[in-house]
Every structure is written in structure tokens, then in C-alpha cells.
Design a protein around this ligand. Structure first.
Ligand code: AMP
Length: 416
């Protein structure tokens, strides 16, 4: 019988990689602290209805990609495919509107989407998500974009491009929608099947279709920018003034859409030049009508989500630093079996002084222990019965190859 394997589209993150995750997560935490966002931990599963209403029935995510099941109580449950809807649900449920506005929240954790796996695209993946809820101000949109850029700057990423658009609001979008449909109608028959079905339900999504023919057809399509109402236009211009002020270079792209009614105004993505086809390291924007869509009052909001796998892939491709790889400082070597008890006790003293230490549990002879020490630690603490009797330990610097006899106290002081 073959041993059971992990499901397609999932991956094990093992010790030679997990330290990179710890580094990136810590950096997310640092930036969140500096920008005044507070961490929240939300459930990994929610009522299916939350995503149908909060992500949108006509999106690929809801139509094709959700992990949905009926639990033993007969409820329809879905493993979260994204965090924004959950964040807004939590804001409403916990009455965060009564606290300081905007409520600035962040979280990191696994998301689940039934997509075709490829490099940078998995069925379980980790997102950093930040959301600012309760404010209309375009400078909050600016802060969100700036947060993502600052995170990537601190991680040492380069070769990134920020693409920006506005998708308008329920006031101006219907006019644009109509203009777009009028433009597309003469070539309707040439659109791909998905776009034919989007034509009435969600025509803006045709703009970001990847099929070459749809791309060609939408090339000269009218721009949403030319159809914004005064309020959306002023919001966009204020955001652009802010971006100019902080020296952020962005590219306007009329194809960047979040084609649902509750996504409003700002839409943006940051693309990596080192990722191949799955090149978005983050995506975000404003969703002033999402809270209402899930049954709450009007709560404006803006945020972004960044895929951590893609951030790490880009960092690796660009040779970015992940800080220091954790390594044992000391390997305690028992030169003879009788010295093991004291070796174990020394190891424990080192650990209690926050000096990482390990020893042999496999019955290796001294030569084998020294080999393990050389492969895994900076120093060896060698302990034979003669050392035990004299109350000393031989400390060997494995990089320099030099050694000296010291007391335990001297070793602790030296290595701490
Ligand atoms: P979205 O919610 O689709 O805008 O995704 C936000 C970010 O999550 C993207 O920019 C990617 O970095 C990441 N992401 C989305 N889907 C996946 C996936 N299937 N595998 C890995 N990362 C993903």
C-alpha cells in the first residue's frame, strides 16, 4: 500500500524554509505596529453565505473555487478563500464602530481556493491582510498602498510595479458599464465563453480576462477614468497627490478591476517582475459597500492582501536576505559514556541562559559527535571524565579550530 500524500496544491513548509517565513511574518508585524494596525485572529471557516454576499456570486472565487461542505449540524460552511469579508463581519459583530475610527486591523493565515496549482498558485496559501474600516479619506487608501510598499522595501524587494485604477462607485459605474457594453456589443460573438456570460452580469470583469482575443477586443475600450463622478474623481486625485508627495511611482491601468458593486474607487496591485504568470504579490482596494452587502450598515473600508509564498519566491529570486538562519550555537560532546550525565546538565545550563545547545542521543562515538557538531553548531563543548573531575569544559571554536579550557560560568559569559 502506498503511503498517504498531501493533497494537490498544498505544501509542507519544513525547517529549511520555515525560518524565512518567521522572518517575513516578523517584518509584517513590525510594519503593522509602525502603521498602527492591530492583529486579529479570525476563524478559518465561516458561513458560506458570508463569501457569497461579501466576495460576490459572480466572481471566480465564489463560482468555482470555494471549499464548501455541510457540517454535521447541516450548516453550509466554507474554508475562507480571502479575509476581507471576515474582517468586515468581525468589525460589525464586535461593534468596532464604537471604537476609534478607522479600525485598523491586520491578520496573517491560510486561505483556501480550488485553483489549478502552479508556481506561486496553491490551494492552501498564506495571506497577510490589512484592512482600515470606517473612513472615506483618500489618505487611508494612500496609507494602505504605502504599507504594502514599505513592507516590500524593508524585505529588500525590487523590480516591483504598482498598478492603480479607480472602479468608481454605484453612482458613476452604471454609466460606465453601459458605455463598456455598447463598445463590446458589436464583437460580442468573438468574446470567450466566460466573458459572454459576464457581459450582462459583470461586464467590467471582461477587462481583466486573460484570453488573447478578449484582450485584443478590450484594447480600445472606454476607460472608467473618463466616467468617474465628481466625488470619485476628487478621491482619486487626492490619492494621486498623496502618492506624488511620498514619491511613489504608479502606473494607471484601466484593465485593473474588481468588478463588483461593493468594490468602489481605488483598486491596485503590486506586480513582481520575477514571478512568471502568477505575478501579483498583492492586491487591494476600497469596498465602501461591502458591509451593507453582508447585512450591516454603511461602513467604508480599504485594504490589501499579499500572498506570502509569492513574496518569499520573489525574495529568493532576487537574493534578498532573510536574516540569520537559526543554528545551534553549541553542540555538547561527551568524550566518553560516563560523561553523558554532566554533558546533559551542561547543555541544560546553556539553554537556560538562552544559548542554543544540543547533544547526541544516538550513541555516537566522540568522532561521530564531533562530526555532527561541525555540521550543526558554532562551538563544541567537550566533556570527558578528566574535565568533569577538574570542573572545566573544553570549548572549541569550530570555525577557527581553536580550543581552551573554561569553567561553565566562563562559557556562559563568553557565549551569551
Ligand atoms: P486576491 O484576493 O485574489 O486579490 O489575492 C491577493 C493576493 O493573494 C495575490 O496578489 C497573491 O499574492 C495571493 N494569492 C491569491 N491567490 C493565490 C493562490 N492560489 N496561491 C498563492 N497566492 C495567492
Amino acid at each position: 500500500m502506498e503511503a498517504v500524500k498531501a493533497p494537490r496544491g498544498t505544501r509542507d513548509i519544513l525547517g529549511d524554509e520555515s525560518w524565512k517565513w518567521a522572518y517575513v511574518t516578523q517584518m509584517c508585524r513590525n510594519v503593522a505596529d509602525d502603521y498602527g494596525y492591530r492583529e486579529v485572529h479570525l476563524p478559518i471557516f465561516e458561513h458560506t453565505e458570508l463569501f457569497c454576499r461579501g466576495v460576490g456570486e459572480t466572481t471566480d472565487v465564489v463560482e468555482k473555487e470555494m471549499y464548501t461542505f455541510t457540517d454535521k449540524g447541516g450548516r453550509s460552511i466554507t474554508l475562507r478563500p480571502e479575509l476581507t469579508a471576515s474582517m468586515v463581519r468581525s468589525y460589525l459583530e464586535n461593534e468596532m464602530n464604537k471604537g476609534t475610527q478607522p479600525a485598523k486591523l491586520w491578520s496573517i493565515g491560510p486561505m483556501f481556493r480550488y485553483e489549478r496549482p502552479q508556481k506561486g498558485r496553491y490551494r492552501q496559501f498564506v495571506q497577510l491582510d490589512i484592512e482600515a474600516l470606517g473612513a472615506q479619506d483618500a489618505f487611508v487608501d494612500l496609507e494602505v498602498i504605502d504599507f504594502s510598499m514599505e513592507l516590500y522595501r524593508r524585505l529588500g524587494l525590487s523590480n516591483l510595479q504598482v498598478v492603480l485604477n479607480s472602479v468608481g462607485c454605484p453612482k458613476c459605474r452604471p454609466v460606465y458599464r453601459k458605455a463598456l457594453q455598447e463598445y463590446l456589443r458589436p464583437r460580442f460573438d468573438e468574446l470567450c465563453d466566460s466573458c459572454k456570460s459576464r457581459f450582462d452580469r459583470n461586464p467590467l470583469r471582461i477587462l481583466d480576462c486573460k484570453s488573447p482575443i478578449c484582450k485584443e477586443i478590450t484594447e480600445g475600450a472606454p476607460s472608467v477614468m473618463d466616467h468617474l463622478c465628481d466625488e470619485c474623481k476628487e478621491h482619486f486625485e487626492q490619492l494621486q497627490r498623496g502618492l506624488d508627495k511620498i514619491g511613489a511611482v504608479v502606473k494607471h491601468d484601466k484593465r485593473l478591476v474588481r468588478g463588483l458593486d461593493y468594490y468602489t474607487k481605488t483598486a491596485y496591485e503590486i506586480l513582481s517582475g520575477d514571478l512568471g504568470s502568477q505575478n501579483a504579490v498583492c492586491g487591494g482596494g476600497r469596498y465602501d459597500n461591502l458591509a451593507e452587502a453582508i447585512g450591516g450598515p454603511h461602513v467604508p473600508g480599504v485594504g490589501f492582501a499579499s500572498g506570502i509564498e509569492r513574496v518569499i519566491l520573489t525574495m529568493e529570486a532576487q537574493g534578498c536576505s532573510f536574516g540569520r538562519k537559526p543554528e545551534n550555537k553549541v553542540y555538547v560532546v561527551a568524550a566518553e559514556p560516563d560523561a553523558r550525565l554532566d554533558a546533559m546538565s551542561l547543555m541544560r545550563t546553556l539553554r537556560m541562559n538562552r544559548i542554543s545547545a544540543d547533544m547526541d542521543y544516538m550513541g555516537r562515538a566522540m568522532k561521530g559527535q564531533m562530526k555532527t557538531a561541525g555540521a550543526s553548531a558554532e562551538y563544541a563543548c567537550i566533556l570527558g571524565m578528566s574535565e568533569v573531575e577538574r570542573g572545566v569544559v573544553t570549548l572549541k571554536d569550530l570555525k577557527e579550530g581553536v580550543q581552551e579550557e573554561l569553567t561553565v560560568e566562563q562559557i556562559v559569559n563568553k557565549l551569551k
